[in-house]
Design a protein around this ligand. Structure first.
Ligand code: SF4
Length: 250
């Protein structure tokens, strides 16, 4: 791996963010498909008509998106919406077979039936979005991690997008990007430690900004920083340890 070109993670974040944002805005201006249809909110919650329904729909999507792509989640959410059950009390009123059938397009549907039911029960018991909003972020994370089938990434998806808490969502794309930019430890660092590092080094880490960061990284990973990267016209190549090394044949 070539030498990193950034003095610190903070330096890297400050340099990368405006470039990914500019690339995203250029896409929108050219009418090209973009991961984020607008700047915010990035996480789609197309069926909700109020804040509570939106938060719950995001939480449902966060469970269903485990180990699958978003297109499959959209089909499952469309089924739940068409059956008029995209609400906590209605999901809990379904039997397992009916719920499994509705979420089948998201894959692993028997496992996800149990996970979705567990998350929905916990959500309802906690008083939904309003009840949860009263609790501090660390307590919410512990609560989420205690729910069957909710791991770190799902918990942080829900914290950031459903409950608007300032947290970094660490996924494969995030680890890959910062690894390639010259921070190899991000590939293997424990989830909590990496999330803390990124949060500490982010300038003004508000929830909207972190929500946008995650969307920008996903968009960039799909357009350029794939498993086999497309570095040629990548907006980050100038200072990317991996990409510039490839150019030099290292
Ligand atoms: S230059 Fe290549 S490796 Fe680096 S961020 Fe861009 S696509 Fe990824």
């Amino acid at each position: 791996m070539p030498e990193p070109t950034f003095d610190s993670l903070a330096d890297c974040l400050d340099w990368v963010e405006p470039r990914l944002l500019e690339a995203h805005q250029n896409k929108l201006e050219r009418g090209q498909p973009a991961e984020m249809p607008t700047d915010m909110p990035w996480w789609p919650a197309g069926y909700a008509h109020d804040a509570e329904a939106r938060a719950f729909e995001i939480a449902v999507g966060a469970v269903l998106t485990q180990n699958t792509n978003w297109n499959n989640v959209e089909k499952a959410l469309a089924n739940l919406h068409a059956a008029e059950v995209l609400a906590a009390d209605r999901i809990l009123a379904l039997d397992d077979e009916t719920l499994s059938d509705l979420i089948r397009p998201s894959g692993f549907f028997r496992i996800k039936t149990r996970r979705l039911r567990a998350m929905t029960e916990a959500w309802q018991d906690a008083g939904g979005r309003v009840g949860l909003q009263a609790r501090p972020t660390n307590e919410l994370r512990e609560w989420l991690l205690g729910i069957h089938g909710v791991g770190h990434e799902t918990a942080d998806d829900i914290l950031l997008y459903a409950l608007e808490r300032p947290v970094w969502v660490i996924d494969t794309y995030t680890r890959r990007l910062f690894h390639r930019l010259g921070f190899p430890e991000t590939a293997t660092k424990k989830y909590d430690r990496l999330a803390d590092d990124l949060l500490t080094h982010t300038l003004e880490p508000t929830a909207p900004r972190l929500a946008r960061w995650h969307g920008l990284i996903v968009e960039h990973a799909k357009a350029h920083c794939r498993v086999k990267p497309v570095c040629g016209d990548c907006p980050l190549i100038e200072r990317c340890a991996y990409g510039s090394g490839l150019e030099k044949g290292e």
